[in-house]
Design a protein around this ligand. Structure first.
Ligand code: ATP
Ligand code: MG
Length: 403
């Protein structure tokens, strides 16, 4: 099969393949970019595989960076674009269920494709659009099927992360997972505990943001894979409820993790513990901590001004998206207009700040100052004080007995 018209994004990469071929090597586009081209989806990154060894790649291009040369990857900078070029390789060992003990460079494309996870990810494409399909990945794309390359049991033993990748592709592409591959996950689910949480987290987030997260989560439940993810083992029923939802209007990581937290009824300390167990960034944890209580308020259809202020505009938007999954959502315009009516919308808007208070010598830095500012925020929010510098200072001085 040959694709006549490649997406434009390939144009600047084609000369790189041509140069490798001219020098007598084989070179192909591989992995996600080939799959997504065939599906007509957006292409994120273009991966190139070649029979040339890293040293040979480096000798052919003027500007290269050794990004992962021990695994055979060289980055080539060409005409303001950069591409990762990886030498065909086989992997062996995998005694720890996650990384090969040994990577061997080979000259055979077939050997390289054999080590790839799923048939739809094991397609290669020549510079001219010709597709190389050794494992019937094209048939599986048509059937919308995620199927392990080779024996699923062996492949999940080699690298247990592939089980999470299977469910994330099922969600992202809205594909089914082939029966033997699902059985492979059931039989090997516990091996996921060998994998670093950060890598599981990446796949989980992609799953939650995919077009059929319910389907991905259902397979996790059916195969017990969820039991080996941080903080999920005790929540079979809650996850079972979540997968019944047929609306997933999620568009960012904050919404994704908030959805899980809301589904599991997590709050305050438990919530933070859960998010930390997934090793999420502090920024993401802070954002989710704002969204989760706002979802509860949306569900109740009642917000105090303080709750609305704490959530912030983004927090309210995210919370309403999450609420939609549970069918609790409000009209976004209603929320927006309530927020717009707040006398104070965000912390920096307060007409007095920490350094003003320090300059006026009414308070020392530390928790006392935090309390004072919070008190001012609440008073302004409820219309007890105007958001005016002089008036606020006057109030503070009076309160502190310095007038
Ligand atoms: P995405 O669009 O999310 O980037 P992708 O298919 O490009 O999807 P990557 O994680 O970027 O996924 O990996 C690129 C390719 O490398 C895959 O298509 C697959 O061929 C191979 N691959 C990646 N991870 C594994 C793995 N754990 N085991 C086997 N092959 C893998
Ligand atoms: Mg990719």
């Amino acid at each position: 099969m040959k694709i006549e018209q490649l997406p434009k994004i390939f144009n600047p990469a084609r000369p790189i393949l041509q140069r490798l071929e001219k020098a007598g090597y084989e070179a192909y586009f591989v992995g996600g970019c080939v799959r997504d081209t065939l599906l007509g989806d957006d292409i994120h990154d273009i991966d190139i595989a070649t029979s040339a060894y890293p040293k040979e790649v480096k000798s052919l291009f003027d500007h290269t960076v050794d990004t992962g040369i021990e695994h055979g990857t060289v980055m080539v900078l060409d005409n303001h674009h950069s591409y990762e070029i990886t030498t065909f390789r086989t992997e062996s060992g995998y005694q720890d269920y996650r990384r090969p003990d040994k990577v061997t460079f080979v000259r055979s494309l077939l050997e390289d494709l054999k080590r790839r996870d799923f048939t739809i990810n094991a397609l290669a494409m020549k510079e001219n659009g010709e597709i190389i399909d050794e494992f019937n990945g094209l048939g599986d794309l048509k059937r919308q099927l995620i199927r392990a390359v080779g024996d699923p049991d062996t492949r999940f033993h080699e690298d247990a992360l592939r089980m999470m990748r299977a469910v994330r592709f099922a969600s992202r592409l809205n594909f089914k997972i082939d029966d033997a591959t699902v059985k492979g996950i059931s039989d090997n689910a516990s091996l996921l505990s060998k994998i670093a949480v950060e890598r599981i987290q990446v796949e989980m987030q992609k799953l939650l943001l995919g077009q059929n997260a319910s389907a991905g989560l259902s397979v996790m439940l059916k195969t017990n894979l969820y039991k080996y993810c941080p903080g999920l083992a005790d929540y079979k029923n809650e996850l079972g409820q979540l997968v019944l939802s047929n609306r997933w209007p999620l568009d960012n990581p904050t919404q994704a993790w908030s959805t899980l937290a809301v589904a599991l009824y997590l709050q305050s300390d438990e919530l933070v513990k859960f998010l930390r167990s997934w090793k999420l960034s502090n920024k993401l944890i802070d954002d989710v901590k704002k969204v989760v209580p706002a979802v509860t308020s949306i569900k109740r259809r009642s917000f105090t001004r303080e709750e609305m202020f704490e959530a912030g505009q983004d927090g309210l938007y995210n919370a309403n998206r999450v609420a939609a999954i549970f069918n609790w959502n409000m009209m976004q315009s209603e929320l927006d207009s309530a927020y717009q009516h707040l006398p104070l919308k965000y912390k920096k808007e307060l007409a007095i700040n920490g350094s003003d208070l320090l300059d006026a010598q009414v308070v020392k830095p530390g928790p006392e100052m935090g309390k004072l500012i919070h008190d001012l925020q609440v008073k302004v929010l409820y219309g007890k004080l105007p958001n005016n510098h002089e008036k606020l200072m006057e109030y503070v001085k009076q309160e502190r007995g310095q007038q």
